[in-house]
Design a binder for this molecule. Structure first.
Ligand code: HEC
Ligand code: HEC
Length: 221
């Protein structure tokens, strides 16, 4: 190739890739705006409280923070109304062994913090943080385990290392709580047997499902 040819290749090549670069940048900028919902006043107030109580001294969020306590990026997903507010005001009251201290958060502050956490959980993070590898374990093919899946008990409970940590680990619940009648009352209306329980009631569960679910729970020894 002549010198002139090389120069033209350089100039037009540069222009070509520069145009692609600008196009991709514009495309990304358009998407970035849609990746997070609107910031309301409550969300903004919650973010300030997040700093005031130095939550990041123990937790991570969107990749930043400390590894002492669980990541909170998607913590509001699957949590029933009111649960996290109660937890923030007094963790031990809803979770007897909670390691998170009482920070002196008022119920009004808790609402704002949860609004902030809820906003964070709606940010499109392209699937981050990844689910633990264990989460791909297979559900045993017994009716009670299917009911357990259907009502999403695992949002709060862990069995064999899979599930949430808001409620107690159920891997050996059958040894602790062998009485089926206790479980039936507890699942329909937790506060009827555990005053102050933060577990939501499941009045919608049918009698047949309830029997299958309880049969399953008491086998977990
Ligand atoms: C929002 C979170 C949440 C969900 C969803 C939830 N639980 Fe719970 N669960 C808790 C909390 C908090 C406790 C501790 C207080 C209590 O004993 O009621 C608990 C306690 C329990 C206990 C007693 C464990 C023990 O060692 O004393 C059992 C059994 C149980 N849950 C089963 C279930 C089943 C079955 C489901 C699904 C139908 C379910 N939970 C859904 C939060 C939840
Ligand atoms: C001293 C460390 C510490 C600080 C500070 C702290 N946390 Fe926690 N937090 C924990 C630990 C540990 C857990 C894990 C659950 C447990 O054992 O209490 C937790 C759990 C949680 C959970 C999960 C509850 C559940 O049931 O899944 C939320 C939400 C939470 N913290 C929010 C906050 C917010 C918001 C702040 C700041 C206002 C905060 N934390 C400050 C230690 C801390």
């Amino acid at each position: 190739m002549s010198n002139k040819g090389i120069r033209n290749l350089f100039i037009f090549g540069s222009i070509f890739f520069f145009v692609i670069f600008i196009g991709l940048t514009i495309d990304t900028m358009k998407k970035v705006d849609k990746r997070a919902p609107k910031i309301t006043e409550e969300v903004d107030a919650g973010k300030k409280l997040w700093h005031k109580y130095d939550c990041i001294g123990c937790h991570t969020i969107l990749g930043n923070g400390s590894y002492y306590a669980p990541d909170l990026t998607k913590i509001t997903v699957n949590k029933p109304e009111g649960y996290l507010e109660k937890f923030l005001v007094n963790p031990r009251k809803v979770k007897p062994n909670a390691a998170m201290p009482v920070l002196g958060i008022t119920p009004e502050e808790a609402k704002k913090i949860v609004a902030f956490l809820d906003w964070v959980s709606k940010v499109d993070t392209n699937g981050w943080p990844p689910k633990p590898v264990l989460a791909r374990y297979r559900v045993p093919q017994i009716p009670g385990a299917t009911v357990y899946e259907k009502y999403n008990c695992k949002a709060c409970h862990m069995i064999n290392g899979v599930g949430g940590t808001s409620g107690p680990d159920l891997t050996h619940v059958g040894s602790r709580k062998p009485d089926p009648e206790w479980h039936k009352k507890h699942i329909r209306d937790p506060q009827s047997v555990v005053s102050d329980s933060a577990m939501p009631p499941f009045p919608q569960i049918s009698d047949e499902e309830l029997n299958q679910l309880v049969d399953y729970l008491i086998t977990l020894k």
